[in-house]
Ligand binder design. Structure first.
Ligand code: ADP
Ligand code: MG
Length: 236
């Protein structure tokens, strides 16, 4: 079984370089694991949105991304699908710790991302955690080292980094900064910088922002390496 899985993973990875965003009609046109494809189909996600069509291929190729996209454009799947595929291809297990970290400005947005992950990622074996404050800190603490995909708000995440000896991000593969402009508008600039400085450099980073202000550009410079810039035209 493991040999079959290795062959499937190698086959998927061999397709990444050939992805042409303009040729993508449905999610099946992306080289995705059966688990992800079924998770999408089971929840009626058939046709990718523009930001998903344009960014998923580059993200699968391991590139850093600076994505300019408005609310409602479908950013959540644009980063959750690459996270699931990245960890799947690396055969990440619960014992491997935190493999991906998503930072979102508000509890509500973080919760929505978590819910989407629970749906689309339901057939994968990864553990997922929500670190958003307003919950019992001790309860969050004990579980942190057993989570593979963390969805968090900036303040609470930094609190764990500072105070929780069980919090270990040293094997992190992917960082997602969602709604980066809102995080900065809410006064999280110093917090975000401190978080990023605590993370391993060998990682892939996806940054999404509706607006491209100077402070977003500063954050991009600090967090991204040779990013691919994606700004889809909305066809509403
Ligand atoms: P954003 O984060 O850019 O504001 P979301 O990822 O929250 O956008 O998506 C907005 C809405 O569109 C959600 O209700 C989501 O379920 C839906 N959605 C996202 N992608 C697709 C898709 N490919 N097909 C159908 N609905 C989608
Ligand atoms: Mg969103």
């Amino acid at each position: 079984k493991s040999v079959e899985e290795d062959a499937a993973i190698q086959y998927l990875q061999a397709q990444y370089a050939k992805i042409v965003p303009g040729d993508i009609k449905t999610f099946k046109d992306f080289p995705l694991s059966q688990k992800t494809l079924k998770g999408l189909k089971d929840h009626n996600y058939i046709t990718p949105t523009e930001i998903q069509k344009q960014s998923i291929g580059y993200a699968l190729q391991g590139k850093d991304i600076l994505g300019a996209a408005q609310t409602g454009s479908g950013k959540t799947l644009a980063f959750l699908i690459p996270i699931l595929e990245n960890l799947f291809c690396k055969k990440w297990t619960r014992l491997d710790g935190v493999g991906a970290l998503v930072i979102s400005p508000t509890r509500e947005l973080a919760y929505q991302i978590y819910e989407t992950l629970r749906k689309v990622g339901s057939l994968h074996d990864f553990s997922a955690g929500l670190i958003i404050g307003g919950q019992n800190l001790k309860f969050e603490r004990k579980r942190m080292d057993q989570m593979n995909i963390l969805i968090s708000t900036p303040g609470r995440l930094l609190q764990h980094m500072d105070e929780n000896p069980l919090f270990d991000c040293s094997h992190l593969q992917m960082l997602v900064l969602d709604e980066a402009d809102r995080c900065l508008d809410m006064g999280f600039e110093t917090t975000m910088n401190a978080i990023i400085e605590n993370l391993p450099l060998e990682r892939q980073t996806l940054l999404f922002s509706a607006t491209q202000t100077k402070s977003v550009k500063d954050l991009a410079r600090l967090s991204l390496k040779f990013p691919t810039y994606i700004a889809p035209h909305e066809q509403a």
